[in-house]
Write a new protein. Sequence first.
Length: 452
Amino acid sequence: MKLDKIIARGRIVDLHSTDMRGALGELLAVSASKFPDLKQDALLRGLMQRESTMTTYLGAGVALPHVRVKMGRRYILAIGRSREGIRNENTVGEEKIHLIFMLLADEKARDYLQLLASIARLLKDEDLVRELRQAATTDDVFDRLLAGFGGIIAKPVQAQQNRINRLMIREADRVAKGAGCGAIMVFGDAFVGGIEPGAWFPKSKTILVTRNLVEMEEGDGNFAGVIQVRSYSQRRLAQLRSAMFVALTRGMISFSDRVCCVGGIAGSNQFDTVVIVDVEREFQTLLTGHADLMPDDVKPEVLERVIAIATELAVEGREGKPVGCLFVVGDASRVERLVKPLVLNPFYGYKEEDRNILSPFMDETVKEFSSIDGAFIIRGDGVVSSAGSLIQAADVDHTLPSGLGSRHAAAAAISVATECISIVVSSSTGQVTLFRRGVMLPLTERKLSAGG
């Protein structure tokens, strides 16, 4: 849902409390003024219980406490600002919390974790957070949030009027029609200010690929949607294979399609490349005679999130050191029969929604535990079952290119023995590789650099 639909001017307040319990009490009082059926005491207990078991601190002085409850609407968002700062044991050193975004969600809201993640991503924008803290009034906070939560993509940059760009757009359209392409995939990171796909290819089904967070309504005319894929390379179309895979899992394109890809060097403000991709040919080795690329129980957004975390680990590592790790996604009941714990399971005993990979608070948790030997076992709905698991599927018949180690062998074996997808991050090359039915699909190039 659009984030601007859940904010209200009357639920943005300047806080007087200097501790988390008092601040949450103030926000609940503001929420209950319009929704008197809310039980403030019960909600406060639920919020504080979560704070005691798992931090909701996002960093940079921002917290995102949340709780699910049976209520008459899907979401209530209340926002508190503290100029003095709120003490909290989950912050680092003397750091205090200055912004609290309290989300109450109905227990039946299906997109709860996705909404949390969207809010968290926006609040990682340091400029936005600084503007909210320095705003003169809460009305100013509301206006700035409305602009930020609206998620409006940047208007087409002036480079659109460039003669070469006009030529590339015109010819790409002609090539796409001549080749019978089902869609045009635009790699928007070629432009510093972002682009509006409908303004470039208004008559063709268009997919925008970008590393940036863009909230846009899908299904608007010929615009099919946004695929957010981070790139760490200056190479043209570096995001192509991952973007194609995500587009397939979402149903934006089909195996029988051809796709026209248009892009350029990141930040160049210039289109300079047109490529036609035959989807079935690109992925035929991965299919190996099957038509189902995705396991039945795996949600597309779960696989996207795992790929994103794996790619971040491939480049950033932990504390400046390379990290190799393995994720096994889907068919959890069969997978768990083929694994055994190497260490005590750090995810045991937590609520499922608190250990779901879609939760914005899981990113750092997963990265911290990535240094543990063994695999992350993740259900198709995103719940992390365990970390530090040894895979015991070595008797499965499969072949791997020379030079790959035991982590890749385990990933290939478990993907043959079960209906799962496994994803490996190589500690030596930084390459992210996906396995399905024992067949490997490199999603990134080797020896990535953070400069992309």
